[in-house]
Design a protein around this ligand. Structure first.
Ligand SMILES: C=CC1=C(C)c2cc3[nH]c(cc4nc(cc5[nH]c(cc1n2)c(C)c5CCC(=O)O)C(CCC(=O)O)=C4C)c(C)c3C=C
Ligand SMILES: [Fe+2]
Length: 446
């Protein structure tokens, strides 16, 4: 949906002047106790000014900061593109960032409650985080804003919160811990780094603008305050909207079209597969409308992968690299002919092809919604790219989603020679906040 005029809160009205083009572009004054300047303004209001000023935003840089901004002559501007103006609702049956189309930027961050912090601190933290997530997703500023995203619209920002297994003991909520959060089994191909795995609390941030995404990451990390400490943090990306001639399924860093056969919202069993039932049958009740996120940092062994011929690469997956069509023919959306054999009598889609053995019909119906981000963290000392997939998948129950499929992949996936699972997390992601609620309220106030 396109961003609209914003209703200013009482807290924002004091800073209105900063957003109306009076000259500074930032509010004077400081936020009590932080020493940091308070930029408590609506991004939309500032955008109104920038829109009226046309190239004023550019003039800001060109002629030197706030003074240049004030001097810019008003000219009609093109306004926000749909990339900047699109926003996602914070409230709803489900949290945002699960069925939201993939965004161009992603940050994953896990926290542990600080020593001595418990349920009371967690309640205050989730209240703060929810309030900030809502504001930023609407294109408003955070309570203590840094100006990083000041000129941008909401840019499809989503913020999604989850609870890890260890949270429940620390918060005195053991009885509320779902069995579905029991630790994932070990897989023979695991090379997991415990320090970059799991955590009490998890946040997934996605946005189509890098500064909007980082702004949210920074705001939420700062607001953790004394209540929680960062355990690990990972950064990812996908294709930017509009980068291709027509909208299409994204590619991963192996060059494959990735996401084709994801469950579709239009399918009758979609909700049952991805979300914990909202009809009162959920156990525990606070997870109604929620979902379980499995997060795996999967390194791609790109030097080895890129040595394969195109034919061999396609054999590993069972689909064509160019358009994602099954090797048995057709286009991306064609159902693969799994039994089809070639002139040599062998299966056209090999018995160990990744896209064959990960299918629900090869795994007792197990299905998940894959919603990954690619990552690239530079090169190691040998010049090998530290790159791959921040694999995030969503399901109503990991034992009927990720676990059986990963077990099967572990036993004989042609892709496994080219990937390495380096970190892992499992998080209970409660249903979306209702109006006036914070995320996790039904757990924390149960
Ligand atoms: C345990 C679950 C899975 C892991 C881990 C996984 C890693 C992984 N996958 C690719 C690339 C592709 N995967 C594709 C399909 C696919 N993968 C999984 C599950 C896991 N993948 C499923 C359930 C499916 C869909 C199967 C089906 O129903 O047809 C494809 C094909 C295109 C598509 O449907 O998306 C590609 C390509 C990589 C690179 C990777 C680890 C780095
Ligand atoms: Fe896959």
């Amino acid at each position: 949906m396109a961003v609209d005029d914003r209703t200013e809160t009482a807290g924002e009205s004091a800073a209105d002047g900063a957003g109306t083009g009076t000259g500074t572009g930032t509010a004077a004054g400081a936020t009590a106790g932080t020493g940091r300047p308070s930029v408590e303004i609506s991004r939309r209001r500032l955008l109104g000014t920038v829109g009226a000023a046309g190239a004023g935003g550019l003039a800001l840089g060109a002629v030197g900061g706030a003074a240049g901004y004030a001097a810019a002559q008003p000219e009609p501007g093109p306004g926000l593109s749909s990339l900047g103006s699109s926003s996602v609702a914070f409230t709803g049956e489900h949290q945002p960032g699960i069925t939201t189309p993939l965004q161009a930027r992603g940050h994953l961050i896990a926290f542990d409650l600080a020593p001595g912090a418990g349920r009371k601190e967690a309640v205050a933290l989730l209240r703060r985080w929810s309030s900030t997530a809502r504001r930023l997703m609407e294109g408003r500023t955070a309570a203590h804003d840094t100006a990083i995203a000041l000129d941008a619209g909401p840019s499809s920002l989503t913020v999604t919160f989850g609870f890890g297994h260890s949270f429940f003991g620390r918060a005195g909520l053991d009885k509320q811990r779902p069995f579905a959060l029991d630790p994932l089994p070990a897989f023979s191909s695991d090379h997991l780094d415990a320090k970059r795995s799991n955590g009490d609390l998890w946040i997934q941030i996605g946005a189509d603008d890098a500064l909007v995404a980082f702004d949210a990451l920074r705001a939420l990390q700062q607001e953790a305050g004394d209540a929680a400490r960062v355990r690990w943090q990972m950064n990812g990306f996908n294709r930017s909207p509009g980068a291709t001639e027509k909208p299409m399924t994204t590619r991963n860093l192996m060059g494959q079209i990735d996401g084709t056969n994801n469950p579709k919202e239009s399918e009758s069993d979609f909700a049952k597969r991805i979300f914990v039932p909202s009809d009162g049958a959920a156990d525990p009740a606070w997870m109604a409308g929620g979902s379980y996120a499995v997060v795996r940092r999967i390194r791609m062994l790109l030097d080895d992968w890129e040595k394969l011929s195109l034919t061999d690469q396609e054999k590993v997956i069972g689909r064509k690299k160019s358009d994602g069509a099954p090797l048995t023919g057709g286009s991306e959306d064609t159902e693969p002919a799994l039994d089809k054999t070639g002139p040599d009598g062998k299966l056209v889609i090999a018995s160990d092809a990744h896209a064959r053995i990960s299918r629900p019909d090869q795994n007792g119906g197990a299905a998940m919604l894959r919603r990954p981000f690619s990552f690239h963290d530079g090169y190691d000392t040998d010049g090998v790219p530290e790159a791959g997939l921040l694999f995030v998948c969503w399901q109503a129950d990991p034992m009927r989603g990720f676990v059986p499929v990963q077990r099967k992949l572990d036993r004989g996936d042609a892709l496994s020679a080219f990937i390495r699972h380096e970190a892992s997390g499992l998080f209970a992601v409660p249903g979306g906040a209702r109006d006036g609620e914070y995320v996790g309220q039904r757990l924390l106030e149960s």
